[in-house]
Design a protein around this ligand. Sequence first.
Ligand code: CA
Length: 222
Amino acid sequence: MRILIVEDEPGIFNFLKQGLEEESYAVDIADEGNKGLQLALSGEYDLLLLDWMLPGVSGIEICRLFRKEYKETPVIFLTAKDTVDETIFGLQSGANDYIKKPFHFEELLERIKVQLRPKSGEHSIFKLGNITLNTATHQVFKSEEEISLTQKEFALLEYLMRNKGIVCRRTRIIESVWDIHFEYNTGVIDVYINALRKKLKLSEDENYIQTVRGVGYVAKEI
Ligand code: CA
């Protein structure tokens, strides 16, 4: 899951980036409105966190323009504007939620999870052979044994399991799991895939994460 933060205060965006990355989200920062709008409209994000008062285009304007293109992607305002009128105005511009500064990170995190919560019909638990991944508790089990993964390993496995049966191209994996500053050396995916296979102790007849030569990887029941 990849989140865009549009916020001009370094103290806030650095804190948020670190906290969200520890939760396995890939996070990009735009520290002014024009860059924020440009990145938002790239369509690479699962959620937007928008400050309201920004140099360049305002958060409200970004939200409005973004909504014209992307109807479903959640947007959360993070702002010091806190009158009832301002809150209503913010929500009317198309935001899904509105959090007033100063905020508690734990609360923000829960609100992000609510927005990214699986829609009805989707699940927070994904299965692949004898492997179970729970996005709500952030745990991975192989049969009964809990497997400890790094944030990136978890995010990578989640991405593959969400797309079970679908061949995932390297570039798509990179876009979803790593942030914008990541160098496009897709060879690093191989390193992470090998680490995952090792930690999951996949035997030959548990070849759940298969290499598709020249393309990428696919998570497959066998
Ligand atoms: Ca601001």
